[in-house]
Write a protein that binds this ligand. Sequence first.
Ligand SMILES: NC(=O)c1ccc[n+]([C@@H]2O[C@H](COP(=O)([O-])OP(=O)(O)OC[C@H]3O[C@@H](n4cnc5c(N)ncnc54)[C@H](O)[C@@H]3O)[C@@H](O)[C@H]2O)c1
Length: 256
Amino acid sequence: MTRWDLAGKVAVVTGGAGAIGSAICKGLGQAGAKVAVVDFNSGVAAKTAGDLARAGITAVSLAVDVADEKSVRAAAADIAGRWGSLDIVVNAAGNFIRSSLLETTEEEWDRTVDTHLKGSFLWAREAAAYMIPRRFGRIINVSSEVAVTGGRYGIAYAAAKAGIIGLTRSLARSLAPHAITANALAPGTTDTPLWRGGLTEGPALEEARAAKSKGVPLGRLGDPEDFVGLVLLLSSEEGSYITGQTIHVNGGAVMA
Ligand SMILES: NC(=O)c1ccc[n+]([C@@H]2O[C@H](COP(=O)([O-])OP(=O)(O)OC[C@H]3O[C@@H](n4cnc5c(N)ncnc54)[C@H](O)[C@@H]3O)[C@@H](O)[C@H]2O)c1
């Protein structure tokens, strides 16, 4: 059991089937929250929810494209109808397309910005409608260190992650009168399928890990578990005075 008590809370984690999202689902569930695993990868989302249920956590999976307004609205209504509230939203769905400026197509730009930025907006707006009457809500948007460093590859990704910081500040101002907080979590490079891209275990991946780790004062890449504690703090009663912040969790790689 963790030190955070989220008993009775209802949490949604988008990208809940992914590496960071599923670690966050487990952490929220172990703290007592009911967890909706939202992802467009329905098979892995169902497996994640099944694993949570076997660990004694109340969980459900929903197949949702976060960039699709109708699906997001229907999923939010389903969760609130099923469990009576929608208290915590973690926007962790994401894609990464490794394109330079001249390579980035309009379609890649739209897909990336829609997934990260529009998806976070849609979930925040839909969830806020359920949070406002209850005067409780926590919105945690996953940004990235590249929001502040920029990147030569993943132009749309860095722009979308920077946009998430601006969105989070506006959410914090809009929702503060209702006692709802909104914060951005900005992870550093983390060893997940999204970061590995096409690389499979072998010398090339080892080399990439070693090269990236060199720039991290704490000497290693992030692990999905590294973000769970902050999400629990921000979700808890103890986090009620933290809003509008971007919190970097990156082993010191970027000190912003
Ligand atoms: N891995 C890193 O180095 C790193 C660093 C900073 C930030 N992040 C961010 O952390 C979050 C989680 O990434 P991860 O590394 O765990 O990657 P991941 O690929 O393991 O997980 C991402 C999940 O998002 C889902 N997804 C993608 N597009 C979606 C959509 N339109 N609708 C619904 N689900 C969708 C995928 O199916 C996948 O399950 C992302 O927002 C990512 O940008 C990752």
